[in-house]
Design a protein around this ligand. Structure first.
Ligand code: MF3
Ligand code: CO
Length: 259
């Protein structure tokens, strides 16, 4: 069953998502050559605390008991890292890198989830194209989050848009419902067929998150148990919003609020 939020739940989701978006907007301003991903994670931790929220990533235990609890406050994934990169003093950003910033906060019992990928200095043209196409795929996927559509309409739209431009979508991780828990039903793959999957109804809160590789779609997880990288070492991009479904169309909740 996909949870449907009532007006109270929607109000709290709005607040949690606004906090997540504000943190992400401020964190991205800190990206520059020379900074370490550990420093960025500390800045993320402080931003989250300053807004009265808690990182939903820190201490997160995945369902596989072989994986340690997530040790950082944000997910920072550089170049060939796809998602769940752990901030490190050894990872110093350099001109030409890209970095995916994924911020998930819990505020007042509800969770807001969003991500973006930003260039560090000047990046290669094909990598710039990767970022543009992934962000556009997210926007097109969100447009499909219409009451009466099915989840597969989001999946199919993302996949066909990405693949038509010569990039590939990651299979192993998917978007998801989000609410009191970080991961609720449904799963939202970035590949699939039109008119398949669950029907979209008003009051769903969905984290839509294309992960797109410049090369092949294959990924593997590093020995830290978390960091997912492309098998071919080519760059990967990740953009994500939390969206509310309504009778008048999808509403993006992860928009920074003026504070
Ligand atoms: N946006 C990611 C997700 O939905 C954030 C994961 S946080 C972590 O899975 F704790 F799992 F690292
Ligand atoms: Co997510």
């Amino acid at each position: 069953m996909i949870p449907i939020k009532n007006s109270e739940g929607i109000k709290r989701m709005r607040e949690a998502c606004a906090v997540a978006a504000t943190v992400l907007a401020r964190l991205r301003e800190q990206v520059r050559p020379g900074i370490t991903t550990h420093d960025l994670d500390q800045i993320g931790r402080d931003l989250i605390a300053s807004l009265g929220a808690r990182s939903a990533c820190h201490g997160y235990q995945s369902h596989s008991r072989r994986t340690p609890a997530y040790p950082a406050y944000t997910c920072l994934s550089v170049n060939e890292e796809v998602v769940h990169g752990i901030g490190s003093l050894k990872r110093i950003l350099r001109d030409g890198d890209i970095i995916a910033l994924d911020v998930v906060v819990e505020y007042n019992g509800y969770i807001g989830d969003n991500a973006t990928t930003v260039p560090v200095g000047t990046i290669a043209p094909r990598t710039a194209e990767l970022l543009k196409v992934t962000e556009e795929a997210l926007a097109l996927g969100i447009k499909q989050a219409q009451v009466g559509n099915r989840i597969g309409d989001i999946s199919h739209t993302v996949q066909t848009y990405v693949e038509a431009r010569g990039f590939s979508v990651v299979r192993e991780m998917v978007g998801h419902g989000v609410g009191r828990a970080m991961h609720e039903e449904p799963q939202i793959p970035n590949f699939g067929r039109r008119n398949t999957g669950e029907k979209i109804r008003p009051g769903m809160t969905l984290a839509i998150e294309p992960m797109v590789n410049l090369g092949g779609h294959a990924v593997r997880t590093l020995s830290d148990g978390w960091t997912v990288v492309t098998t071919d070492g080519q760059p990967s991009a990740h953009f994500e919003h939390t969206v509310l479904t309504t009778d008048s169309g999808p509403e993006i909740l992860t928009i920074p609020r003026a504070t």
